[in-house]
Design a protein around this ligand. Structure first.
Ligand SMILES: [Zn+2]
Length: 262
């Protein structure tokens, strides 16, 4: 058993008995990691914001190989992000990023690019214009899938490598654009608008925090549906983003009461 220190982002917390907490964090050096924080419920001031979801913190813990839970010795907050996201939509999009990592990533393996991607997406949620938040979420979804080995293919048919169809046909199941022949054989394709395809390509490669600069706002609704279909096909554990559904339900104005349908 070794005592180690790493930086990480808190994804979620659970109560453990009356006095302690279990903290799930995505860490730079150990990937997905679960800590037992003894006494964290009894004396919360001991850890301050360090164990709050969205916080980026430095964790010192006893690493036990082959164990799921590690004993936390100390935690010090570097950036209490959740406490400075004043706006409800910023909070929802930042939580959507946590939700995605929690759903799609597991295993105690370091993956520095993925850690930086999450960190940059969260930073973007804090400072980008509110209108850019859907673009940040889209870029994060696409780039996270890429880090996990499912980068959508846009340069050639995702099935047989032939030139893609001029009709801009995206196959969620095949994970990319397809040629006319494959589209006719397989079906299940979505026709993308020219704007959506252009945005798609940029969102895959540009810095996630600046994603709002690369996308026409009108395309973001179209792309959110396409990307959601794509993630559902390739990641069994993906079930949509609850945080964004909550946001949507809060933003939808209440409709006037009409006659009840039978
Ligand atoms: Zn093809």
């Amino acid at each position: 058993m070794a005592i180690v220190t790493t930086e990480g982002i808190v994804l979620k917390i659970h109560a453990l008995g009356d006095t302690s907490r279990i903290v799930t964090a995505y860490t730079r050096d150990f990937g997905m990691t679960k800590f037992v924080a003894k006494g964290a419920r009894k004396s919360p001031s001991r850890f301050g914001f360090a164990l709050e979801p969205l916080s980026r913190s430095r964790f010192t813990f006893y690493l036990k190989p082959d164990r799921d839970l590690h004993l936390l010795s100390a935690a010090e907050v570097i950036d209490p992000l959740g406490s400075r996201l004043g706006d409800l939509s910023r909070l929802a999009h930042a939580q959507a990023a946590l939700e995605l990592v929690d759903r799609l990533v597991w295993g105690e393996e370091p993956h520095g690019e993925l850690y930086d991607l999450l960190r940059n997406a969260l930073a973007g949620c804090a400072i980008a214009p509110v209108a850019s938040l859907p673009a940040i979420t889209l870029a994060f979804q696409l780039q996270l899938a890429g880090e996990l080995g499912y980068r959508p293919r846009l340069d050639a048919c995702a099935v047989d490598g032939r030139p893609v169809s001029q009709r801009r046909l995206f196959s969620p199941g095949r994970g990319g654009l397809v040629c006319d022949g494959c589209a006719n054989r397989e079906g299940g394709v979505i026709v993308l608008s020219a704007e959506a395809l252009a945005s798609f390509a940029l969102l895959l490669d540009r810095p996630v925090g600046d994603a709002g600069e690369y996308i026409e706002i009108q395309s973001s609704g179209e792309l959110l549906r396409v990307v959601e279909d794509f993630l559902r096909t390739h990641f069994q554990r993906f079930r949509g983003l609850r945080s964004l559904e909550v946001l949507k339900s809060l933003e939808t104005p209440t409709e006037p009461q009409g006659p009840l349908r039978p």
